[in-house]
Design a protein around this ligand. Structure first.
Ligand SMILES: *Cc1c(COP(=O)(O)O)cnc(C)c1O
Length: 446
């Protein structure tokens, strides 16, 4: 990273960082981490999931979300005048037309957990449950009375700012485990309340997300009848997320979208600790190789993956090291240090990272509602300006040029990953919309 980029990063100026270690042909190590294993596990338990969760009846037990056209969002974002908010140089001038096709991946509406965390969280709990039965030599479905009796002796715990807790807590409790969620002090009150209303124990910790994870890990290690879902190191979470790639590929195919070197696919995903976007990117790279370009989105206060990938490998860095405070309304993304499991996997695979300020999150949450009638949580809106960064910023244009993409942009497809929102109470949505509306009114369109 250049000195001026580092300065912008520490001053919380939104930017696009293109990964200088990006290797378009970086290979996926499917010996070690195979997305097909997660897909098979989800399939194996679809019938159980359907019985256990009424919400999964319609999808026959599949944990999946829709892919929808999003050119209406592209149009309203293309309308935002240059320099209206912050220093986002990616904001187009009104005459620059938005080209290519935009899609939105609706993980905000994933059943039961209402966020991308359903993918990783469900997968890990299913895998823990399978292992427990296998160790006891019991062969039965995961919702059989015999299984519930065994699970009732175990605790599954997790450290979370909220959404991972909802995902793990809800499925663990439903299968009969005791569920404990360790939360940071910045976790939203409604998330704690929702967990408790499902019989899930919530332990609150002073300090940030990393502190909650550390406390949870420590408590769990002392108990042989406890499994800790470790968001900073978990392979099973990562694999659960990676299964989304196959789902997306089927959907793109159904929509008649071609993905190859002449028709590049760009995917933009909000990033917290890195497990969800990392798993998805990993799966997509395995599926599409150099035809797919993955970018992560992080809050200006918490660009932990950007910082980690821009630093020398092997040493862990934190956003506090460069004077940032990790304070953001994007609670799903408020993480100071990237996953030591995921960051090395992304070092060559990831095309880049862009950052977004909180005002833009609220504005874009509002603009999504205005243009498409969808309500998401602010974390989910982090990805929305990805295509603009790529097309209009100097760094984005350089990436296009270096990757030989300039003449292909009209044939490109852009998938914006919307990562959470459907469990957010209506009163919270109203607050997000009010903030966004206020910002929109303060910066009227040209
Ligand atoms: C957790 C989360 C993310 C990011 O996932 P990580 O695995 O933490 O990188 C993105 N959006 C939402 C809404 C989330 O809850």
């Amino acid at each position: 990273m250049s000195a001026s980029q580092l300065e912008s990063l520490s001053k919380r100026e939104p930017l696009l960082w293109a990964n200088s270690n990006y290797a378009p042909l970086a290979a996926v190590d499917a010996q070690r981490l195979d997305p097909a294993r997660a897909l098979a596990r989800f399939k194996r338990h679809a019938a159980t999931l359907r019985r256990v969760f009424a919400e999964l009846e319609a999808s026959a037990g599949q944990v999946s979300s829709a892919l929808e056209p999003a050119n209406a969002l592209a149009a309203v974002l293309g309308d935002v005048p240059a320099g209206a908010l912050g220093q986002c140089s990616a904001q187009p001038s009104p005459h620059e037309a938005v080209r290519g096709n935009w899609w939105i991946k609706r993980d905000d509406a994933l059943p039961v957990a209402g966020s991308v965390k359903a993918r990783g969280g469900f997968h890990e709990v299913l895998s823990v449950a399978e292992d427990l039965l296998a160790r006891r030599g019991v062969e039965c479905e995961l919702d059989a009375p015999e299984a519930s009796r065994i699970f009732g002796q175990y605790t599954i715990s997790v450290g979370s700012t909220g959404n991972l807790g909802l995902s793990i807590g809800l499925i663990a409790a439903r299968l009969g485990f005791r569920a404990v969620v360790h939360m940071s002090s910045d976790a939203k009150a409604w998330k704690k309340q929702r967990l408790r209303s499902h019989g899930i124990q919530v332990v609150e910790h002073e300090g940030d997300y990393a502190a909650a994870v550390a406390a949870g890990r420590e408590q769990s290690e002392a108990d042989p009848f406890s499994h800790f879902v470790d968001d900073e190191h978990s392979v099973q979470l990562f694999l659960g997320y990676s299964a989304a790639a196959e789902e997306l590929a089927v959907q793109l195919n159904t929509h008649g979208v071609v993905v190859d070197e002449a028709h590049p696919l760009f995917v933009y995903i909000p990033c917290g600790v890195g497990g969800a976007p990392g798993g998805i990117a990993y799966g997509l790279k395995q599926r599409y190789g150099r035809a797919v370009h993955c970018f992560f989105a992080e809050p200006v206060a918490s660009p932990c993956m950007l910082l980690q990938l821009a630093s020398a490998p092997g040493q862990s860095v934190s956003v506090y090291d460069i004077g940032l405070d990790n304070r953001t309304e994007a609670d799903g993304l408020a993480v100071p240090s990237a996953s030591p499991l995921v960051a090395p996997l992304m070092r060559k695979m990831l095309s880049g990272v862009f950052t977004v300020d909180d005002e833009t999150l609220f504005l874009d949450t509002y603009l999504l509602h205005q243009s498409m009638g969808l309500q998401v949580e602010p974390s989910a809106a982090a990805s929305f300006r990805g295509p603009l960064w790529l097309r209009l910023s100097a760094e984005g244009k350089l990436y296009q040029k270096q990757s030989g993409l300039e003449h292909l942009m009209d044939q490109a497809n852009h998938v914006i990953w919307s990562t959470g929102g459907s469990l957010v109470p209506e009163a919270e949505h109203s607050k997000f919309q009010d903030k966004g509306r206020g910002l929109s009114a303060a910066h009227p369109r040209a």
